[in-house]
Design a protein around this ligand. Structure first.
Ligand SMILES: *Cc1c(COP(=O)(O)O)cnc(C)c1O
Length: 366
């Protein structure tokens, strides 16, 4: 038996790419029984009538056949709901995570580089590693702004194939500012992907910029508006780009249930808009209330989460203390040097925010 185990390990070590061997699979903490305020999900469920209508639609959706390869109903709904400009094509992914991977696959090659600010969304870096691409992180300032002169120098020196810019940024919550984005788009020879995962929570919107910049793609997702379980992301760009990236997509990546549900959700999109607007109102209130707690520094947010910094050495204690009280938030401390003592909390319903605040008030008084 041990002999078999040794042989197995020998095979795995011999053949798995060392970059993959050194990685850890994307960690998702067990949230059983906890109030989940760690992953930017929408806390609200659907009105009962909508739930019933959807259940009927699901029972009439047959899964014996393959899904439609191009999901035209979903794309038509997206074009209408998001006011997609004429001449802009759409590519759908199994979450925008998949789209990040498809973009990288399409431009991959020896010595090709992915660039992104740091700290930002971890999948940009992970995808670079999966594909043995170079990855360059651009350090942000103390207040998590882009240092534009340094960034332009790095772009010049590294000539990245893709720059991913989450706008607003995760986990910091801030916007980069139009002027900096414009200068990056003008100096980069490669693709610039503006990742608008949090578009529902901000006025910033770059779809219109597609007509000005031939190297721009804009990415969005249904996850943060209330459909995280669907796994549906969308990429907007000129046909010339979308056509190439589409070749890397596995056939039928958007399953029948997702297609039917997404088309249905788009018809009822005002329900989601009302929910996300409520979260924007709650964000204002929660930010103000968190700022009143002793020892917490609150960073401004244009998303459905808030970044806070605790007193030195307190992040672990607060994170664990909340967990003991049945609340799961994201501990960022330890994930990047500039996120020292940092935690990230979701903005949720009034009731759930209250539970978070009550628990934090107790913990901060200890
Ligand atoms: C959550 C998030 C995503 C991932 O979205 P999925 O569609 O769920 O894969 C992409 N980009 C950013 C910046 C995010 O925060």
């Amino acid at each position: 038996m041990t002999d078999f185990r040794d042989r197995l390990d020998t095979h795995v070590t011999r053949w798995v790419n060392p970059t993959i061997g050194a990685l850890k699979a994307y960690p998702v903490p067990d949230s059983t029984g906890l109030l989940k305020l760690d992953a930017m999900e929408n806390p609200f469920v659907w009105p009962e009538a909508m739930q019933r209508e959807w259940a009927e639609l699901m029972s009439a959706t047959h899964v014996n056949r393959y899904p439609h390869p191009d999901a035209p109903d979903v794309k038509a709904g997206i074009a209408e709901v998001f006011d997609v400009p004429e001449g802009v094509d759409i590519l759908l992914g199994n979450g925008s995570d998949e789209l990040i991977q498809l973009i990288a696959m399409a431009v991959n090659g020896k010595g090709r580089t992915i660039m992104a600010p740091e700290p930002s969304f971890v999948m940009y870096q992970m995808v670079a590693r999966y594909l043995s691409m170079e990855y360059v992180g651009l350090p942000l300032t103390d207040t998590f702004e882009i240092d534009i002169e340094q960034t332009l120098r790095r772009i010049e020196a590294e000539d990245p194939a893709v720059i991913f810019l989450a706008q607003p940024n995760n986990p910091t919550g801030n916007l980069w500012g139009d002027e900096k984005l414009r200068r990056i788009l003008e100096s980069a020879r490669g693709l610039v992907v503006i990742d608008e995962a949090y578009t529902a929570f901000t006025e910033a919107d770059y779809l219109d910029w597609l007509s000005d910049f031939p190297n721009l793609l804009v990415m969005r997702t249904f996850s943060k508006v209330g459909l995280a379980g669907l796994r549906l992301g969308m990429l907007f760009g000129h046909a010339a780009w979308i056509e190439q990236i589409n070749k890397c997509r596995l056939p039928y990546n958007i399953n029948s249930l997702t297609q039917a549900t997404a088309a249905f959700a788009l018809k009822h999109f005002s329900v989601f808009e009302n929910q996300t607007q409520e979260l924007v109102r709650q964000r204002r209130q929660l930010s103000a209330q968190l700022a009143e707690l002793p020892g917490l520094t609150v960073f401004p947010s244009e998303a459905n989460f808030i970044l806070v910094r605790t007193q030195p050495g307190q992040a672990d204690l607060l994170h664990a203390g909340l967990k003991d009280r049945g609340i799961l938030i994201k501990k960022l401390h330890g994930s990047h040097p500039s996120l020292e003592d940092c935690l990230r909390v979701n903005v949720s319903s009034a009731d759930e925010n209250r539970q978070l605040l009550d628990a934090l008030t107790e913990l901060c008084a200890e």
